[in-house]
Write a protein that binds this ligand. Structure first.
Ligand SMILES: Cc1ncc(COP(=O)(O)O)c(C=O)c1O
Length: 408
């Protein structure tokens, strides 16, 4: 296990109390907390070299440009891209996925097929629904089984010559399922389809190498990996990004403009119109440095242990349903207490200082499929401890017992 106690010293917010109780922050799938190293990097940018990037020769602008471009470099190395031409900064994973869906929809026509999974976050479902509506393409879904895993045997029968896009989440933000990305990508490739991987819940938590996996596109958000909100990443194979129509037009994304027309700048700048979030990029780079120092394998192992501990304890509580696979899974546990609305569960845990999230987690179709009006999700990260898992289980047990008595 990681030395979470030591790690916590870097996170000022974790020293805070809520309602007089120590904060137990278990809402990491929604967003993670930020270490001093990230806060300091952002603050230093504004204190010492805040300036707009590109096209200026003054010192501050040079420094800001260097920091901004080296953040691309850092991300490129972090996810195993070929180079910065394959890494475009966006606002978040949602914007990255919209950018891809919007752009790829120009290549779709009536009768083409897009394959998704039943466990997609709305961000990797709604953009494709809209693309299908615009083009007459058809959506097909890989179903999930009772264990919360994809029915992989369906994939071969779903994929055919009409399949143009296979878009899937690497890790489910509700079930914690780690999908067999390599297998999905290889099946899609055999059919000549483009693959889009939603890495919002995997890139922050485990080693993800885009080139090794072979995905065509990969989307994720900085704020779920210790970095600031407001910046996300779209990785794309350069030969595909070359062909991609930008979503936004304007400054910085052009190389030449006449009164009549414009030529696009080189990658990735042509996909980053307007003044970018330089402070965000600086913060993201600092977050990556922090994560690399700990090691992504170690992070994954730490979360596996925490999840095992949490689930073992939660399983002992009567009236509790836990969702997702039994075995290999990511660092979260979603559960329902018989007949209690997840918002009530979250509010009652909040009163104990425990921050979890209740609801459909932006995966409404999945919640319906599970036959629930949502779940309560506890999600873990590098600074969470075994003791916090015990606190969570004890609080849930108390709550379940109270609810049980009320029902009698
Ligand atoms: C699996 C998954 N995809 C996409 C997103 C969207 O991320 P963002 O809101 O940062 O764009 C989330 C956020 O919870 C997620 O869990």
């Amino acid at each position: 296990m990681l030395n979470a106690k030591k790690i916590r010293e870097d996170f000022p917010i974790l020293k805070r109390k809520v309602y007089g109780k120590p904060l137990v922050y278990l809402d990491n799938a929604a967003t993670t907390q930020k270490p001093m190293q990230v806060i300091e990097a952002i603050s230093r940018y504004y204190r010492e070299y805040n300036s707009n990037v590109h096209r200026a020769v003054h010192k501050l602008s040079q420094e800001a440009t260097e920091a901004y471009e080296s953040a691309h470099e850092k991300v490129s190395n972090f996810i195993g891209a070929k180079g910065i031409q394959e890494v475009a900064f966006t606002k978040n994973a949602t914007e990255s996925l919209n950018l891809v869906a919007n752009s790829l929809s120009r290549q779709l026509s009536k009768g083409d097929e897009i394959i998704l999974t039943q466990m997609e976050h709305h961000s990797n479902m709604v953009p494709w629904q809209q693309a299908a509506k615009r083009t007459g393409a058809r959506l097909k879904y890989i179903e999930i089984d009772g264990n919360g895993e994809l029915k992989m045997q369906q994939l071969q029968s779903l994929i055919n010559k009409k399949t143009k896009i296979v878009a899937f989440t690497h890790v489910s933000n509700v079930l914690g399922t780690i999908n067999p990305a390599k297998e999905i990508i290889s099946a899609a490739k055999d059919a000549g389809a483009i693959t889009v991987m939603d890495g919002a819940q995997s890139v922050p938590h485990m080693p993800v190498n885009a080139q090794k996996l072979g995905c065509d596109f990969l989307a994720f958000s900085s704020h779920k990996m210790l970095g600031p909100m407001g910046i996300g990443v779209l990785y794309g194979k350069d030969e595909l990004l070359e062909k991609m129509e930008p979503l936004l037009y304007g400054g910085d994304m052009v190389s030449e403009v006449s009164f009549e027309d414009a030529k696009w700048n080189e990658l990735p700048w042509r996909l980053e119109a307007g003044t970018p979030d330089v402070a965000g990029a600086v913060g993201l780079a600092a977050a990556i440095d922090y994560l690399l120092k700990i090691g992504l394998e170690n992070i994954h192992d730490h979360e596996k242990l925490l999840t095992k501990l949490a689930i073992e304890k939660l399983q002992q509580i009567a009236g509790l349903a836990i969702y997702g696979p039994e075995a290999e899974r990511a660092g979260l546990a979603s559960f329902s207490i018989n007949g209690v609305h997840p918002h009530d569960v979250s509010a009652l845990l909040d009163a104990e200082g425990i921050a979890v999230r209740g609801g459909h987690h932006c995966a409404m179709p999945l919640a319906r499929l599970l036959g629930t009006f949502g779940s309560t999700r506890a999600s873990f990260y590098i600074y969470n401890t075994a003791q916090e898992m015990e606190k969570l289980a004890a609080a849930v047990e108390k709550l379940a017992a109270r609810m049980g008595k009320l029902r009698k």
